[in-house]
Design a protein around this ligand. Structure first.
Ligand code: ZN
Length: 424
């Protein structure tokens, strides 16, 4: 019953573009659930339902009313009951586009459905469905779930010279690398930005592609990615696409640091080293140096700590997430370059120990920390499979392992994604 109420409320919320209208004689009041939408604040939600911020915060145990997220379900105390929506099982049963005003309709998820399949069946996009239904993770829907079917908009049409824009993967999860591919109808220079960070395109007269690192702690939701094309006559065309960010499958762990090594967590030491790294991986070599899938840097080793895990130290609060993939391996196990690139750092660091950083071009870097000894030098070009070092226990570690890290536009992304699908 609760799901039906959520859907009912969402429909009403979608129909109301302004604050809750004055109703002369409100019907009996009852608690309902509202799913937080992009752009919502607790204040606007309270206004819409004619309740107070304090009421909502109290009922939902919100310690900080400024921290709500898209997809969060909030109990609205004393909200008014709503009419039942119409339910359809197929597009043919929907009212035609001439029907005014359009009534949002509801689809009940069947076994075997995916959000993509449902979107395709009804002529919608995954973005449309996720946005209207406040779905946090577009990969997760369940049988019996009721989805609002928004009125299909016109097929995406971009201003010239944008002929087509393709996002992969779509939706993209927290901590993944997003590829943006643009097809052009005439030669132009492409640029763009996402969350204030620039995109760097490579390509030719027919189009180009760029990569976006999605931060592992990026709020789940729908974001606008801006794209610009500068024509040869100097005129510029601007457009935007929606990027749906779903939740990554990340847990939380506590790290116990041995006595003596805790001092390395001095913020000044970490910050100085971090600033140095940021400066290095903020550089962008204009051409990709890699090709195809990345390999694994150590053969036959198991992952002892995956990318993205939220971390606390010695029982403290969660202060960070794991920015790479750890492989458990004995000291001296050889490390091989997973892809071609150029060594831009090879030296001993306080936190990262003996560290090697490889520039793969287009803002893509890979790092190999805690090595027992360094065998490459700055400026050296490496090919896939070249020996670049040996596993060790140098720097801030609890035991011998390889920490393999990848950065895209300075953002730490899941390296394993690069070994499983071609990112370009
Ligand atoms: Zn690690």
């Amino acid at each position: 019953m609760q799901k039906r109420l959520i859907v009912s409320l969402l429909i009403l919320a979608a129909l109301l573009t302004t604050a809750w209208p004055a109703v002369a004689a409100p019907p009996a009041q009852t608690d309902e659930v509202y799913v937080v939408q992009p752009g919502d604040t607790l204040f606007t939600i309270a206004l819409r339902f004619g309740v107070t911020v304090a009421d909502i915060a109290a009922v939902n145990n919100l310690s900080n009313p400024n921290l709500i997220f898209v997809g969060q379900r909030l109990v609205i105390p004393g909200a008014r009951p709503l009419a039942e929506p119409a339910i359809v099982t197929d597009r043919n049963e929907r009212s035609g586009p001439e029907a005014t005003p359009p009534t949002p309709q509801v689809y009940v998820v069947q076994p075997g459905d995916t959000l993509f399949a449902i979107a395709t069946r009804f002529g919608l996009t995954v973005t449309d469905l996720a946005l209207v239904n406040g779905i946090r993770d577009p990969n997760y829907i369940y049988v019996g779930q009721r989805l609002i079917l928004p009125s299909p908009g016109p097929a995406a049409e971009y201003p010239a010279p944008f002929a087509a824009i393709e996002l992969s993967p779509n939706p993209v999860l927290q901590g993944q690398t997003l590829a943006v591919r643009v097809t052009l109808s005439e030669p132009a220079t492409l640029s763009g930005d996402f969350e204030g960070r620039p995109l760097f395109f490579t390509g030719d007269d027919t189009g180009g592609w760029a990569l976006v690192g999605i931060h592992a702690l990026q709020d789940v939701g729908i974001y606008s990615l801006a794209l610009r094309a500068r024509l040869e006559d100097g005129t510029e065309s601007v457009t935007a696409v929606n990027v749906v960010v779903g939740a990554g499958p990340y847990g939380t762990e506590n790290i116990q640091l041995a006595p003596g090594r805790e001092s390395l967590l001095d913020p000044a030491v970490i910050q100085a080293e971090q600033a140095r790294m940021v400066e290095m991986w903020s550089q962008v070599s204009p051409r990709p140096l890699w090709e195809g899938l990345f390999g694994l840097p150590v053969a036959g080793s198991r992952v002892t700590s995956p990318f993205g895990t939220r971390r606390s130290y010695n029982g403290g609060p969660v202060s960070s997430f794991h920015g790479g993939t750890d492989f458990g391996a004995g000291i001296g196990t050889p490390i091989y370059a997973p892809a071609a690139g150029r060594v831009v750092l090879a030296e001993e660091l306080a936190v990262r120990g003996n560290a090697v950083l490889i520039d793969h071009g287009l803002g893509v870097f890979s790092g190999y920390w805690h090595q027992s000894k360094l065998v490459v030098h700055v400026g050296q070009t490496v090919r896939r499979g070249d020996l670049i070092g040996y596993v060790g226990d140098t720097g801030l570690v609890t035991g011998a392992h390889l920490h393999w890290e990848m950065r895209v536009g300075g953002i730490a992304v899941d390296p394993i994604q690069w070994t499983q699908r071609v990112v370009e």
